[in-house]
Ligand binder design. Sequence first.
Ligand SMILES: [Zn+2]
Length: 126
Amino acid sequence: MNSIFNERPDRDRLPDDLTPVSIVRQGESAIVIAWSDGMETPWTAIQLRDQCPCATCREKKRGEQKKREEKGKPPSALPVLTDAEARPLRIESMNPVGAYAYNITFSDGHSSGIFSMALLRGQSRS
Ligand SMILES: [Zn+2]
């Protein structure tokens, strides 16, 4: 599982003095991360889940994109959701991994994503 870190280039690291000072829940499915420089980054569980950097999610995303391209469907086509996916997604827990990342557990049972501080800061948000 440590391969995630091997793939992370240094640009994913924030300056040493830029750290989260608090993570505040906004209801059950959103958080606001406050940073040491005074900036705040709001996230919903769905946004974070969508940004999940783990190999499984990256692979799945790539596969879905490919499928769309093959079918020539517009990206706005509504996906058919399973029961679990249709339920509001919640963030079950966030645990620090070293000083530079958080491991997030979602209510759909997914917990293999290691979110770098840079990602949480929104630097590489797409
Ligand atoms: Zn994932």
